[in-house]
Design a binder for this molecule. Structure first.
Ligand code: HEC
Length: 188
């Protein structure tokens, strides 16, 4: 019996090891991609807000943000994007898995977890392909309120409404979960 259970454990070790190492590496790669996208978006937005103010910076979010996400995705060899329960651009609408994770983040925040450390990952499948999916929450900061806050001033409000007639991404307060970065890596 003892011999048998030892054999059993020995057989499990390499299996466990492979499983333990791989998701860790995938998580690290996802974190690096999110850091690259987040860093570039923040730098671009901050520079534009300072130089041009919120109205002209809408273009940064409207045109530059999707391009930066595409560029980082190509650089990192994985899909990196942003999503939210209350999205502005429909292309950022969460799929069922992302929606469940965003709701989970909201619950974890309510239980006291810090928004900036909320992350989640899982081996999953998309269109029949095995994938590793990772999400990291995005907190709402002061600089975000001009375009995502409760009282968006004119002419910022008018410009946002003309570009996004179905905008859902307003009414946020500092510290709220604005959305999340979402990463998908294909596994062969
Ligand atoms: C100058 C206005 C402006 C500011 C300031 C701004 N955003 Fe946005 N945000 C936008 C626009 C416009 C979009 C839609 C981008 C698109 O079309 O992909 C957007 C989209 C997003 C999205 C993608 C999900 C969605 O709603 O479509 C997230 C997440 C987001 N913003 C977070 C933030 C955070 C966090 C801050 C503060 C650090 C911030 N934004 C500051 C205008 C702004």
């Amino acid at each position: 019996m003892k011999k048998l259970s030892l054999l059993f454990i020995a057989a499990l070790i390499p299996f466990n090891h492979a499983l333990a190492v791989e998701p860790e590496q995938l998580t690290q790669n996802s974190r690096a991609a999110v850091k690259a996208l987040g860093g570039e978006l923040k730098a671009t937005l901050q520079a534009s807000m300072k130089a041009n103010g919120p109205v002209d910076s809408i273009t940064v979010c409207n045109i530059d943000a999707p391009n930066i996400a595409k560029k980082v995705s190509t650089d990192k060899g994985m899909k990196v994007a942003r999503t939210s329960l209350k999205f502005r651009n429909e292309t950022n609408q969460p799929d069922a898995w992302e929606k469940a994770v965003l709701e989970q983040f909201q619950q974890r925040k309510e239980k006291g977890e810090a928004v900036k450390t909320l992350e989640y990952s899982e081996l999953s499948s998309v269109d029949g392909k095995k994938v590793f999916r990772y999400m990291k929450a995005i907190p709402t900061g002061d600089v975000c309120l001009a375009c995502h806050g409760e009282n968006i001033k004119e002419p910022v409000s008018a410009k946002i409404n003309s570009l996004y007639p179905d905008d859902k991404a307003t009414g946020f307060n500092k510290g709220d979960i604005r959305g999340a970065f979402t990463v998908t890596q294909t596994i062969n």
